[in-house]
Design a protein. Structure first.
Length: 181
């Protein structure tokens, strides 16, 4: 019986792990049953599978700043015409947080005082990209199945986005309301 106590303690602690972090924490995991409200109509460009939001606006291409929080809705159907996403309530069916190292593929080259170039090989990641990925569901729009937010951070001071940071990124376009027990 005494041998089972540590096992039961471990199961109990991990089962309540999300309860250890408040909604304001970057370690808070968005629970199933949370709601994502889309308040404005969005349009996915032809031959594209997503629409990206940053600072409460739709951004594309070079206007996206990866170092600042940005979120995107993912359509599982890529259409040759525009795809319209209408205002809706999406239910979160699963969530995860993960990281990816962003590494410069070519060496950095610096100009010297003698007009020659010096090459410096990168010894590590330039940044870490932090992701919050939500699997979402709506009966009205079944092809929208993912909502992802990310940003790049310096490896020495990196963290995941909080719910408040995600909502600031969405502005008036959408709102994430986590299910808090």
């Amino acid at each position: 019986m005494r041998k089972l106590i540590p096992l039961f303690s471990l199961v109990f602690i991990t089962a309540c792990a999300n309860e250890l972090y408040p909604v304001s924490s970057p370690y808070f995991r968005i629970p199933e049953g949370s709601q994502l409200y889309l308040r404005q109509t969005l349009t996915i460009a032809p031959e594209n599978g997503r629409v990206t939001l940053q600072n409460g606006k739709i951004v594309t291409g070079s206007k996206l700043d990866h170092y600042y929080p940005h979120c995107w809705f993912v359509s599982w159907v890529i259409s040759p015409t525009e795809t319209v996403i209408v205002p809706d309530q999406f239910i979160v069916t699963a969530s995860m947080k993960y990281e990816r190292h962003v590494v410069r593929q070519t060496p950095l080259r610096f100009a010297g005082a003698d007009y020659s170039y010096r090459t410096v090989m990168d010894a590590g990641p330039v940044a870490i990209e932090y992701f919050t990925e939500l699997m979402i569901h709506s009966d009205k729009q079944p092809n929208l199945r993912q909502f992802i937010c990310s940003h790049w951070e310096d490896p020495s001071d990196a963290k995941h986005l909080t719910v408040a940071e995600i909502n600031r990124t969405l502005g008036d376009i959408a709102e994430l309301k986590p299910l808090v027990k």
